[in-house]
Structure formats: structure tokens, C-alpha cells
Design a protein around this ligand. Structure first.
Ligand SMILES: Nc1ncnc2c1ncn2[C@@H]1O[C@H](COP(=O)(O)OP(=O)(O)OP(=O)(O)O)[C@@H](O)[C@H]1O
Ligand SMILES: [Mg+2]
Length: 259
């Protein structure tokens, strides 16, 4: 078993090219936050969530996501893992309690500012959310294109990352032609291209075989080692057994944390 805080960069499982790429991505994104006060990236205090008039599905959640931390979020189907990730991504507002993202109370952030803050959080959705009219390459490059970056500044990186997740032969096809596992890998590559400080992944290994799951886990671990905080929502016990990491367990609306 690997300890999430004691991994060596030279474990040999990542190619030097992908290692360089990840280093560049992480350094670019984290330089700007170096001088901020040392506080957790994310802080939840007595957070509750209900949908409409339904029952409260998340209750009194109080926890931090520290900088550079690595954690699994687990719990039975319907426990609220995806809902908690949506709170962390600021695409849902809690019905009560305080959420501080990067030191700021999100209830006080003007709506137009939220997309800017959201750029600092990468997310791999359970249902992928690829755009069907764009090719795999275009989907992965989209976050950078939307920001007005010149294609020449990212094309090699996108192709390299796609090759590494095993999609080198699928760069020019549209998502409807991809298998579930291929879509998942494209969604992961897209989340990484946005250079997140926190990466949220919702069942990222749900559609891939065990060797690919291990490869993806290795990519998440390496990103984390380079300074990105990682939250992986999963049911996959085999995946969790491979890493000695913090576990956040949701059940009956409550969260228990095992460090
Ligand atoms: N948009 C919504 N409107 C109303 N209820 C919802 C909505 N999304 C989720 N729920 C309910 O909230 C609860 C938690 O759902 P959620 O999808 O967060 O669970 P989960 O732990 O991610 O489950 P799974 O492991 O199956 O992905 C469920 O009871 C679900 O029916
Ligand atoms: Mg879910």
C-alpha cells in the first residue's frame, strides 16, 4: 500500500513526458496563490443541504480540505457524494451553514465572480458531460480555448495527456462514438487541463478495467504530490485499498472522517 504523503516521484510508473506536463500545469496554477494566508482551501461548518422541500440529505457537515491533501469520499449509493461534490464545486448552494472556498465565504461572493473561482476547481462528473459536437481533442482543449489561449500554447500538452490516458487514437472522434471508459478518461484529461488547485472526481474509475483504474489513480496521486488537493468519490474498495489516505464516509446524511 502506498502512503499518500510519502510517494516518490521516481516510482517509474509515469513517463517523464507526462511528469513534466503535470509539473508545468501545477506550477502555472499554484504560483499565484503562494502568498495567500495559510488557510485550508475549503472549509465547511455545519453545512446542511436539502433539495426543494425534501428531507435534508446532508447534515451538519464540518470539515476542511487542506492544501495538498488527498482524500477518498465514500458511502452507499444515494448517500450524497455527488451532492457534496456539487457543493465543493459551487454549483449548488447549501441550505444552511458556512462554506469558505479559498478563504472566502461563498454566500458573499457576487454571482458573476463564481465562474472565476470555479476555475480553480477541476471536476470530473459522474456522467462525464462532454460536448457531443466537439471531438475528444476539442473537448479536452475547451477550458483553454474558452480563456482565449492560443492553440499553439496548449496543443502539444493536450495531445500528450490524451496519449497518456490511452486516447491517442481517439483524438478526432466525437464522444457518442467513445466507450464509457474512454469518455471517462477524456473527462479526466479535460479537468486536468484547467490547472486546478483542487481536483474533484466523481467515480473516476467506474467505467475502466483494473489496470486503467490503477493508472488513473497513479495520475491523481502524482498530481497530488505536485501540490493539487484531490477528492475522489468512489465505491471502489479495491481502489481505496491501494492508498493509505484520508477517508470521508457519508452515511445517513452525516460525515465521518478517518485520517
Ligand atoms: N437534483 C436533485 N433533486 C432532488 N433530489 C436529488 C437531486 N440530486 C440528488 N438527489 C437526491 O439526493 C440524494 C443523494 O444523491 P447523490 O446523487 O448525491 O448520491 P450519491 O452518493 O452520489 O449516489 P451514487 O453513489 O448512486 O452516485 C439521493 O436521495 C438523491 O435522490
Ligand atoms: Mg453520485
Amino acid at each position: 500500500m502506498v502512503n499518500a504523503s510519502q510517494r516518490s516521484p521516481s516510482n517509474g510508473r509515469l513517463s517523464s513526458k507526462i511528469y513534466r506536463l503535470l509539473t508545468v500545469l501545477v506550477n502555472k496554477s499554484h504560483g499565484e496563490t503562494k502568498n495567500r494566508l495559510s488557510c485550508p482551501l475549503i472549509h465547511f461548518e455545519n453545512v446542511g443541504l436539502r433539495y426543494g422541500m425534501g428531507p435534508e440529505i446532508l447534515r451538519d457537515l464540518t470539515f476542511d480540505i487542506p492544501k495538498k491533501s488527498f482524500q477518498f469520499l465514500t458511502g452507499p449509493s444515494g448517500a450524497g457524494k455527488t451532492s457534496l461534490l456539487r457543493l465543493l464545486f459551487m454549483s449548488l448552494q447549501p441550505t444552511r451553514g458556512l462554506i469558505r472556498m479559498f478563504g472566502r465565504d461563498i454566500s458573499e461572493i457576487p454571482r458573476p465572480e463564481l465562474p472565476l473561482l470555479r476555475r480553480r476547481v477541476g471536476i470530473v462528473f459522474q456522467d462525464f458531460r462532454l460536448l457531443d459536437h466537439l471531438t475528444t481533442y476539442e473537448n479536452v482543449a475547451l477550458p483553454l480555448r474558452v480563456r482565449g489561449k492560443d492553440e499553439s500554447s496548449y496543443k502539444t500538452d493536450v495531445l500528450e495527456l490524451l496519449k497518456w490516458v490511452g486516447l491517442g487514437e481517439r483524438i478526432n472522434v466525437l464522444p457518442p462514438v467513445l466507450s464509457g471508459g474512454e469518455k471517462q478518461r477524456a473527462a479526466i484529461a479535460r479537468a486536468l487541463m484547467d490547472r486546478p488547485e483542487v481536483l474533484l472526481a466523481d467515480e473516476p474509475t467506474g467505467n475502466v478495467d483494473p489496470p486503467m483504474a490503477k493508472r488513473l489513480l497513479n495520475l491523481f496521486l502524482e498530481l497530488n504530490r505536485l501540490g493539487t488537493a484531490v477528492v475522489i468519490a468512489t465505491h471502489d474498495l479495491a481502489l481505496m485499498e491501494q492508498v493509505e489516505a484520508r477517508r470521508m464516509i457519508l452515511s445517513g446524511g452525516h460525515l465521518d472522517i478517518y485520517d
